[in-house]
Design a protein around this ligand. Structure first.
Ligand code: 4GX
Length: 253
């Protein structure tokens, strides 16, 4: 899979791509990432990428032509179709489902805006506008890195164990269960006995129970779309009953 990232801060993006799972995948040529400095697609002496907004007002807007030239150069090099993603707080919220879907594309372009955003006409070349969350950042570079990381994990071979991607709690729509490693006792903090028992059936059930309990407690909104097996549905029913008053129980039963 190839990613082309268009940015006015190539060094910021470059640095983040050398470490960890993504860095290794690039070394192993499972991913190709090319970073394009938007200023290389300007034609004026000052290499301007922004200008004042028509109609007046504060802030600057990214000019359309350098972006169009960058996208043309990328399309030329990749051969169509390339999927163009614009990072923006006006986008739809990026989800694990989006990561999986986009992970099957051959060529993805990540367009990083700065200032007040891009000239509206740039959107004629954009396939999807994505937001990583409801907060204001100073540019699309960090969102692009977030989106790239989440997508890259669906490229075969990038994550050592395909099983762990499929079973990843978020892919299943639940929060993760608690993890422990050695030693079994730290001060007065003990690893739960069940994990030391060697009873794999019990361990599996305990983890399900913990995942469901945490999700119910912290992110009940996730339960609407979670895919639960029969055992999990029964566990959830009991957990929900346990957290209900006697009056509420009578009404649900
Ligand atoms: N999730 N920002 C982008 C400039 C901008 C605005 C509109 C294109 C269109 C953000 C987020 C985010 C701040 C990055 C504004 N570029 N992006 N930037 N949250 O806050 O994605």
């Amino acid at each position: 899979m190839t990613f082309d990232i268009v940015t006015i801060f190539p060094a910021m993006v470059e640095a983040a791509l050398t470490a960890g799972v993504v860095g290794r995948a690039i070394d192993r040529q499972l991913l190709e990432v090319v970073i394009h400095d938007l200023r290389d697609f300007t034609t004026d002496r000052h290499r301007s990428v922004d200008d004042v907004p028509y109609g007046g007002g504060p802030g600057m807007v990214m000019k359309p032509e350098p972006i169009f030239r960058a996208l043309d150069a990328i399309s030329e090099r990749r051969g169509r179709p390339v999927t163009v993603l614009l990072m923006s707080p006006q986008g739809t919220r990026f989800t694990q489902g989006d990561a999986e879907r986009i992970g099957s594309r051959q060529h993805v372009v990540l367009l990083c805006g700065r200032y007040e955003g891009v000239d509206e006409r740039v959107r004629s070349r954009v396939d999807e506008e994505l937001s990583i969350g409801d907060y204001v950042l100073s540019g699309g570079e960090l969102p692009a890195l977030v989106v790239l990381d989440a997508i890259a994990r669906y490229v075969p071979g990038v994550v050592g164990d395909d099983q762990s991607v499929a079973e990843d709690s978020f892919s299943r729509g639940l929060l993760d269960f608690p993890h422990y490693t050695r030693p079994a006792v730290v001060g007065d903090l003990r690893v739960p006995d069940v994990l030391l028992s060697g009873n794999h059936q019990e361990i599996r059930r305990w983890r399900k129970q913990e995942s469901l309990g945490r999700t119910l407690e912290r992110r009940p909104d996730l339960l609407e779309n979670a895919t639960l097996d029969d055992e999990e549905r029964e566990m959830l029913r009991k957990l929900q009953n346990g957290s209900m008053t006697e009056l509420q129980k009578g009404k649900t039963k």
